[in-house]
Design a protein around this ligand. Sequence first.
Ligand code: A3P
Length: 296
Amino acid sequence: MSLTTELRKQSPLREVEGIPLPAATVDNWSQIQKFEGKPDDLLICTYPKSGTTWIQEIVDMIEQNGDLEKCQRAIIQHRHPFIEWARPPQPSGVEKAKAMASPRTLRTHLPTQLLPPSFWENNCKFLYVARNAKDCMVSYYHFQRMNQTLPDPGTWEEYFETFTSGRVAWGPWYDHVKGWWEVKDRYQILFLFYEDIKKDPKQEIQKVMQFMGKNLDETVLDSIVQETSFEKMKENPMTNRSTVPRSILDRSISPFMRKGTVGDWKNHFTVAQNEMFDEIYRKKMEGTSINFCMEL
Ligand code: A3P
């Protein structure tokens, strides 16, 4: 059996309250739930493939006052502990977060109902980035093809069924986005859209800066806009995942920094799939006021 097949077999998804999660995360679940958020924590929250890496780099550049060299201190996956991440014997996300000095910036893909309760109790700051469901699905499909620790997505037709029914790691897109959207006015939550960052990065980066309580010069802001562009981040070894072994992320199948666009779904969805998707979406998202931009 190849190493790749071995990894895929070792890493099935298991469920917590009906949400599929990587098995090692579920094994570590009591530690994750007991995790102590602190009042000065900033938690980056996303559904997978919604621009997590992008917003992480933006937040880090703001924290470092635009100093790119300081942002090169570590690969992006190591700068902000991923609280539900576990791959023994490596230290878990919880362990890394505990070892980090405050003020901490952490990240998670957890839906609201699975978030460690202390984050709510301590009124932490949350930065949520949402991406339209169709582009998210396309991005997740290619990511599951190349990420050997996640289930093989099968064909695009098969994945269409898997994604729309929410049988993917971190569960259904609809409930994730709705859940965070519904609590956004009750907590300190800055709710951003991938499409808005793409359309007007400077304006959205400014919102992040204000939310973080920072005040940076116009020239610094401009350089953050430049350094966090898709083209720059694709070439940057600290953000493009090129240091991850190919047995885990196989870039010969698909790059991690793949296209970084709005509307790539049009290159994947058939007319029939699009109609079917719109119908499922309408039912699942009924009653919410959230609106997505589907093309720029
Ligand atoms: P695509 O697969 O559509 O290209 P995450 O970091 O949550 O896993 O999300 C990955 C997605 O965000 C990928 O989408 C990736 O290309 C995109 N992305 C990463 N950095 C980006 C940037 N600077 N600008 C636009 N998109 C970016």
